[in-house]
Design a binder for this molecule. Structure first.
Ligand code: PLP
Length: 388
């Protein structure tokens, strides 16, 4: 019996995603990295397919080296001087810098430390938007992410071995193909002189309707044009898509223009993207749940409001009025003690949790076989206190 709330990561689903990513990497020639920002549970590493990781900070880089292995890449909108020193001391293999001022700072520190082993790349902004939502569009007007072509004028690129472009968010291969075209149009003159290109994340490669053949052929064509360039993909979500469940228990049901079920899981503390993005996660109930991340035939999926007999709002226990997962409909109002299962909850969840209100952090659990659970981590008062 699991304690709640809990994030349950289904290793069988991870293995399925890993097989897809492996095939894409092998056929396209891309080296596949894991973006640790989306998911970085060390216990799950053996079930993933990656040739290295990309970090957004020194701490993620340390974790990548300690728990994941392979090639270590790092990018941040800006690194402090201390961050740069730490990355060099860690021996990071690739660093991607976001401005020429950062590049000059890196060069100065590297010269002082005699550090030469890191491959240096620059993040570019191809000024080509594929995203509809500005906060997830690195090419939106006024974006701070990536260097625009105009800023390259007169700069010394002698020690630059690679370029990086992250332009997608949960997108299909057609978006990547158009982005690549924009990159080649704008930055084509730099491609003969670089050794590697990192095409970022946001490629939803493991999604059912993702056009993997288009991704593979687009990369194969790129390779024909630039055989000297090693290219990387660094998805996060695609590694763990549909591979995790957030298990919550109903604590109480209150009434205000309809029933509101208050859960022991909090949208604000445990799944902040539900509020930030925002989105309404899929939910199901299943008295025979085996831990599978996708609902089984015995599961009852919560509907949209109006679809089933009764509309119910699912909400968290915190003081935040907006701590809500969303409005759903069920055949009956969930009762205190009932378990509810939120789908697709491995990505951008446990990496983003917080202890606002002192609310208990969810257990982290691996499901290794049907009805077989391994509790990897539980949290208590000390985890709350030690951060304050
Ligand atoms: C630079 C960079 N790389 C990789 C990723 C991972 O993206 P995703 O998890 O959507 O695949 C992100 C996400 O924001 C990113 O900013």
């Amino acid at each position: 019996m699991l304690n709640t709330p809990a994030f349950v990561v289904d290793t069988l689903a991870l293995t399925r995603n890993a097989a897809i990513l492996r095939e894409v990497a092998e056929r396209s020639g891309a080296r596949m990295l894991l973006a640790l920002k989306a998911f970085s549970m060390p216990a799950a590493a053996p079930y993933l397919y990656f040739e290295g990781t990309c970090a957004s900070s020194v701490h993620e880089a340390m974790l990548g080296m300690e728990a994941f292995g392979g090639e270590q890449h790092a990018f941040a909108a800006a690194f402090s001087e201390a961050d740069m020193r730490a990355l060099m001391q860690l021996g990071i293999h690739h660093v991607t810098l976001n401005s020429f001022a950062q590049l000059r700072q890196w060069r100065r520190i590297a010269a002082e430390l005699g550090h030469t082993s890191t491959q240096i790349g620059l993040r570019i902004n191809p000024e080509h938007s594929e995203g509809q939502v500005p906060i997830y569009d690195p090419c939106a007007p006024h974006s701070r992410l990536g260097i625009r072509k105009v800023a390259f004028e007169g700069e010394d690129l002698s020690d630059i071995s690679g370029l990086h472009c992250h332009n997608l968010c949960e997108q299909n291969a057609d978006c990547f193909a158009r982005t690549l075209k924009a990159i080649e149009e704008k930055f084509g003159d730099l491609l003969p002189q670089i050794k590697w290109f990192n095409f970022g994340g946001g490629h939803h490669i493991t999604r059912d309707d993702y056009d993997r053949e288009l991704l593979i052929s687009t990369l194969q064509e790129f390779h024909k044009r630039y055989p000297h360039i090693t290219y990387y993909l660094e998805p996060g979500e695609a590694h763990v898509l549909n591979a995790g469940t957030f298990v919550c228990r109903v604590l109480d049901v209150v009434e205000n223009a309809g029933p509101i079920a208050i859960l022991d899981g909090s949208a604000a503390c445990h799944t902040p993207d539900v509020i930030e993005m925002p989105y309404t996660p899929r939910v199901f109930t299943d008295p025979h749940w085996s831990g599978e991340s996708m609902p089984s035939p015995t599961a009852l999926r919560a509907g949209q409001p109006g679809e089933h007999a009764i509309d119910v709002r699912l909400a968290g226990p915190s003081c935040l009025a907006g701590d809500c997962f969303g409005d759903y409909s069920f055949d009956r109002v969930p009762a205190p003690g009932d378990l509810l299962y939120f789908e697709d909850m491995a990505l951008y969840t446990m990496v983003k949790t917080n202890t606002f209100n002192g609310i208990h952090l969810p257990d982290l659990v691996l499901r290794t076989a049907p009805k077989t659970f391994k509790v990897v981590r539980t949290f208590g008062y000390e985890d709350f206190r030690s951060r304050l």
